[in-house]
Design a protein around this ligand. Sequence first.
Ligand code: ADP
Length: 194
Amino acid sequence: MIIVLFGPPGAGKGTQAERLVDKYQLKQLSTGDMLRDDIAKGSELGKKAKVIMDRGELVSDEIILSMIKEKIKNSEGNGFIFDGFPRNLDQAKALDKMLNELKLSLDLVIEIVVNDDILINRIEKRAQESQNARSDDNETVLKNRLNVYHQSTEKIKPYYLNQKKLVKIDGVRSIEQVSQDIEGHILNIGKQLS
Ligand code: ADP
């Protein structure tokens, strides 16, 4: 099973991805987490990425795609859950191509819908409450991350709608309710495949 969790910053993709990992033994591939690991290691790639992430812009497709390629070719198990990737149309097309070469394909793209005002509140709260707050969780950078989401990331939606893979869920509910909705959609894939 291969799933993309799609949605704006602060929509709860990371939280939901972790729950799916536990429930279905999927491997979570979060490009944001991979980049933050590289920053923590102090690698050259990490240093380059940090400048871009701290502005709320997108790291180059070249870096992102090589990270993903490495992870999907070396993986066994029940499948993957992508979180924070793809983030523009070129990444979406490149993902399809990579999966195709491995004779795999995406099953489902789940969009977690939350409006901008709620996201801004959530992230400001997360920044205040967290001891090791992310350096990109502040008002100016967040607004830029939201702009990038609306300008580039959301433009992927018609691509997945055409493939009949996109489903939307309301992300302004409890974590449990959102999870239940996601699981309902996952059960549906099972039905379509069998
Ligand atoms: P959020 O969804 O809250 O913005 P992420 O952890 O997914 O957080 O991403 C943090 C930052 O990492 C992004 O603002 C961007 O700079 C970079 N990034 C993560 N994933 C990608 C990607 N697929 N393509 C380009 N940049 C990315």
